[in-house]
Design a protein around this ligand. Structure first.
Ligand SMILES: NC(=O)c1ccc[n+]([C@@H]2O[C@H](COP(=O)([O-])OP(=O)(O)OC[C@H]3O[C@@H](n4cnc5c(N)ncnc54)[C@H](OP(=O)(O)O)[C@@H]3O)[C@@H](O)[C@H]2O)c1
Length: 281
């Protein structure tokens, strides 16, 4: 996978195609309306992002597919993720077919269950269907989002296969120690969403702002660099052109031990998004 940026690649776990790698920085498209996708995603690809994260629920898969077609990056040089919504876990092949038609793809890199919605009791059924898609070669890797440890354990116990990825809300205000430890023990890649925790004011936090001033970078770069140094895959999003390259300019500074100790002290279990134990039930 070639990019003008030195974005590291992370190996996906045992539930994936052997050798499959995912760029550690991805461009997210949540809340990006279709008419804004071409400008934002086009700028991201021009910058060097080679990992794109969308979902059927975002309503912009067709626009994502059109932009990827327009920019003409070779298919093997771009990593594409989409997600199945919990209303469709009873018919994953139909949902997958719809996403692939909208994206204009033959093979997907990563397909995720968007939320467990556990009280509906559909996520194991959906997971089994996703494993079949992988076995059929239609998707290279399968994973989940917003799964808590008991949800992951249930997948393991009932299907024998854990996800390659768990995409979760993760920021200095929500450091997810228990899930990260489970992921590390079982070879699951941690993907972080809403890393900037803008709704919680993270970028104005004096610890983040202080580290930014010390390294002559922005608070967003500090928040994103922290994720890179933890080893997480991190997704970020902007529709503002100056921010798109800035948020990817993470590879010529290091947070030092003093910075990381200060940021470790910011954890307060604060979510900016829904609680996965409740959402969709
Ligand atoms: N699986 C899930 O349930 C789930 C849930 C949420 C998100 N996600 C995925 O994760 C991706 C990342 O999460 P997110 O979209 O919340 O990303 P984020 O990067 O944490 O936050 C994006 C917000 O921050 C602002 N922003 C971006 N760069 C900035 C900067 N340098 N300084 C100040 N503000 C900045 C953006 O505004 P502007 O656009 O105005 O710059 C936007 O409002 C999503 O896009 C989606 O793909 C997944």
């Amino acid at each position: 996978m070639t990019s003008p940026l030195p974005i590291p690649l992370v190996a996906l776990g045992h539930a994936s195609t052997p050798g499959l790698m995912i760029p550690q920085l991805g461009f997210g498209l949540w809340e990006v309306p279709s008419e804004a996708v071409d400008s934002a995603l086009g700028a991201a690809v021009d910058t060097g992002y080679r990992h794109v994260d969308t979902a059927e629920m975002y309503g912009n898969e067709a626009a994502v597919g059109a932009t990827l077609n327009r920019v003409g990056i070779p298919r093997d040089d771009i990593f594409i993720t989409t997600k199945v919504w919990h209303d469709h876990l009873d018919d994953v092949p139909a949902a997958f077919g719809g996403s692939m038609a909208r994206l204009g793809l033959d093979v997907l890199d990563l397909y995720l269950i968007h939320w467990p919605a556990a009280s509906r009791d559909q996520y194991v059924r959906g997971w089994s269907a996703m494993l079949e898609l992988q076995q059929a070669g239609q998707v290279r890797s399968v994973g989940v989002c917003n799964f808590q440890v008991p949800h992951l354990e249930r997948l393991r116990d009932e299907t024998g296969v854990l996800p390659s990825v768990n995409q979760i809300e993760l920021s200095p205000y929500l450091q997810q120690h228990e899930l990260r430890a489970f992921h590390a023990e079982h070879g699951i890649v941690t993907e972080a969403w809403s890393p900037l925790a803008v709704r919680a004011g993270l970028l104005d936090d004096p610890v983040i702002a202080g580290a930014a001033a010390k390294h002559s970078v922005t608070p967003a770069q500090v928040a994103l660099r922290w994720q890179i140094q933890l080893g997480n895959v991190v997704l970020t999003r902007s529709v503002k052109r100056p921010r798109i390259p800035q948020n990817a300019d993470l590879f010529d500074f290091d947070l030092d031990a003093e910075d990381t100790a200060s940021i470790a002290g910011l954890d307060r279990g604060l979510r900016t998004g829904p609680d996965p134990d409740v959402f969709g039930n």
